[in-house]
Design a binder for this molecule. Structure first.
Ligand SMILES: Nc1ncnc2c1ncn2[C@@H]1O[C@H](COP(=O)(O)OP(=O)(O)OP(=O)(O)O)[C@@H](O)[C@H]1O
Ligand SMILES: O=C(O)c1ccc[n+]([C@@H]2O[C@H](COP(=O)([O-])O)[C@@H](O)[C@H]2O)c1
Length: 210
């Protein structure tokens, strides 16, 4: 990651995720957010230890990082950060955002999530503080209807006023869970994720027994 984005970048998207593995659902959400919100860059931040995922056997952070690196390599507007994988303990977003805010106090920051993650946002550590640090772009994800959430959120959580933006994206019912299950069952995953990622996870024999 280039820490010195000053001058070149004013509007920055943050795409946090476990990315085990990264797939086209993530990439389409990031690219549509970039275009719709005129972001100069989208920074992918793979989690070190995901705060809310209890699943055993999450792949090694370095392997997940390498998959993201390969997935974004041909997009000059996408970048990747080691911030969370180098930090000890659960990767709380509020801590990451404090670091990013210190680095870029004047930038307009947007955290990009799918609607499933957005629906859980008030269970995140220091959610109120998060809304002081960043705005959210919530990308529609099949199976997670957030229309009620968008209707009520500003009344129930006034600190979010004007800070959660809805983003319609081409619906892709792709999940990392489904990709892992397909690999385990020996079913195809081609076209669900970039070919470079598919080759990398096959080479490292990921998900064959998880
Ligand atoms: N198909 C999708 N469409 C829109 N957003 C998505 C999609 N898949 C994931 N996201 C969003 O990307 C972010 C990172 O997701 P994550 O890495 O947990 O992927 P996942 O497919 O949900 O993984 P898993 O199935 O292991 O829970 C989250 O904000 C999530 O909501
Ligand atoms: O900070 C928290 O409490 C928190 C709780 C759940 C999820 N998050 C963040 O939300 C992003 C998507 O999470 P996930 O579990 O869907 O990969 C990722 O950047 C996580 O670190 C953050």
């Amino acid at each position: 990651m280039n820490n010195d984005l000053k001058g070149k970048v004013n509007r920055l998207g943050i795409m946090g995720g476990t990315f085990d593995p990264i797939h086209y659902g993530h990439l389409v959400a990031a690219e549509m957010a970039r275009a719709e919100f005129k972001l100069d860059k989208v920074l992918f931040i793979p989690t070190g230890t995901p705060p809310h995922k209890n699943r055993k056997g999450i792949s090694d952070a370095e392997l997940r990082f390498e998959m993201v690196k390969r997935a974004i390599q041909d997009n000059p507007s996408f970048d990747i950060s080691r911030l969370e994988i180098e930090r000890e303990g659960p990767s709380y977003t509020v801590e990451t955002l404090r670091v990013l805010r210190r680095m870029w106090p004047e930038h307009e920051l947007y955290f990009i999530t799918g609607s499933d993650a957005l629906l859980e946002i008030f269970s995140w550590r220091e959610a109120e503080e998060i809304f002081r640090l960043i705005e959210f772009i919530g990308a529609a994800r099949p199976g997670f209807d957030a229309s009620d959430f968008f209707l009520k959120v500003q009344q129930e959580h006034p600190e979010t006023k004007g800070k959660i933006h809805y983003l319609e994206v081409p619906a892709l019912a792709i999940s990392s869970t489904d990709i892992r299950a397909r690999v385990r069952r020996g079913e195809p995953i081609r076209y669900l994720l970039p070919e470079a990622v598919r080759l990398y996870l096959a080479q490292h024999k990921l998900y064959t027994d998880t």
